[in-house]
Design a protein around this ligand. Structure first.
Ligand code: ADP
Ligand code: GN1
Ligand code: MG
Length: 369
């Protein structure tokens, strides 16, 4: 058996899980945290759990991340119960408490861990397969925003300040180009030029927010397609996951990231750019699904920005990949050389695709608004 980077059995012992630990394996394709699925034998039945190490170089205050998640999940569970939903623990994540009663555990090396009930008979997808899938994902993320609109208590912690502040992301890119600390700018000339030519688009949403035209909401902020689980039997979205960045934000950040990840014909780091295409039918399904669930609370300006949020957020993530490539791959996990540059290229190809379809995208929004 392959040895794991962490002693998952030892981690799991610190959570209130019954039965005997059997095995664990790395799970999912996230770029930030370390995720493992474990199997426990509970009286002859194999039961799985998800264990995650929070990347504390990125989430500098993991206990604040967990405070947010606890509040969000308590609220979601309460709402689902009130709505008469009976499979609450498949509809929202459920934290398994640590032995000391907290929702997280800090190991001797200082890593923060949490454990979730494993949601069975459901899956996440790295690449969109059908408009039904896009519809289901968008509907779920919209419902998620709706359910959190009346979260009681204080404003949630900003787990990563300025997470979707596109102009400041752009400044960081400019600095990385100047520093060229890994001596890689020479390999990314076309991408740098592409990025620098689009500075003027970066401030548009923030400006609308500053002028009070679009409101702050509680948003997910990382709504890539593989952060929602779809039910194997019905194909419907059942559970929004990856809640580390749930915090105050703009609804359009969420729609924009859906447009980035659920309209694309390829994987996020595809090297053959001819395979990277924008699928109109997926965008249409996203608009339909999102407006069906979020349309009742979005204001006119937010709706008017839906189409624009696609290229904006795709550009933003593209410049983050480019920045990380130039800085020597210190943020996103990479599994091969040049992967962050490949990821950047895919995002920029998608930006071009969306820019050339601007009118069609606007028309699709108008059709369902
Ligand atoms: P990351 O921050 O690394 O992206 P995620 O929370 O998105 O971590 O988890 C990575 C993957 O693990 C997800 O895409 C999903 O496939 C799977 N996963 C996460 N939580 C659960 C869960 N509670 N039940 C089943 N699978 C899960
Ligand atoms: C990261 O954690 P994961 O893999 O779902 C990143 C997102 C990016 C995404 C790009 C905390 O998401 O912001 O959009 O990669 N998360 C963080 O795929 O930076
Ligand atoms: Mg994820």
């Amino acid at each position: 058996m392959k040895t794991l980077k962490h002693d998952v059995a030892a981690v799991a012992r610190n959570f209130s899980i019954w039965g005997d630990f059997k095995s664990a394996e790395p799970y999912g394709s996230g770029h930030i945290n370390d995720t493992y699925a474990s199997v426990f034998d509970q009286g002859g039945t194999a039961v799985r759990y998800i264990h995650q190490r929070i990347n504390h170089l990125i989430f500098k205050q993991p206990d604040r991340v967990m405070e947010n998640i606890e509040r969000v999940l308590a609220h979601l569970h309460g709402k689902l119960k009130t709505d008469g939903i009976t499979d609450i623990h498949r509809r929202a994540l459920t934290l398994i408490p640590a032995r000391d009663g907290k929702s997280w555990f800090v190991d001797p090396e200082g890593n923060t861990w949490r454990t979730y009930i494993f949601i069975e008979k459901a899956a996440t997808y790295d690449v969109i397969e059908s408009p039904q899938m896009a519809y289901a994902a968008a509907r779920s993320f919209g419902e998620f925003q709706g359910l959190l609109a009346d979260l009681p208590g204080e404003r949630l912690h900003e787990t990563i300040p300025g997470f979707h502040d596109t102009p400041s992301r752009f400044n960081v890119l400019e600095k990385a180009i100047q520093a060229d600390s890994a001596n890689r700018a020479q390999h990314a000339r076309a991408e740098i030029e592409f990025a620098l030519a689009r500075k003027s688009m970066t401030g548009r949403l923030i400006q609308a927010f500053t002028e009070g035209r679009i409101p702050e909401r509680i948003t997910h902020n990382d709504t890539k397609l593989n952060n929602v689980m779809l039910d194997n039997a019905s194909g419907q979205g059942i559970c929004v996951i990856d809640l580390d960045t749930v915090m105050p934000g703009l609804a359009l950040y969420d729609f924009g990231d859906m447009a980035r990840t659920a309209t694309r014909s390829s994987v996020e780091d595809e090297r053959d750019l001819t395979k990277v295409l924008f699928k109109d039918e997926m965008f249409e399904a996203l608009v339909r699904g999102y407006l069906e669930s979020a349309g009742r609370f979005l204001n006119r300006q937010e709706i008017d920005f839906l189409a624009f949020s696609g290229p904006l957020i795709t550009f933003e993530i593209g410049i983050r990949f480019l920045t990380d490539y130039l800085a020597g791959d210190t943020y996103f996990k990479t599994h091969r050389e040049g992967q962050n540059l490949d990821r950047c290229r895919v995002q920029f190809k998608m930006v071009r695709e969306m820019e050339s379809r601007r009118d069609a995208m606007e028309a699709m929004v108008r059709r369902y608004a």
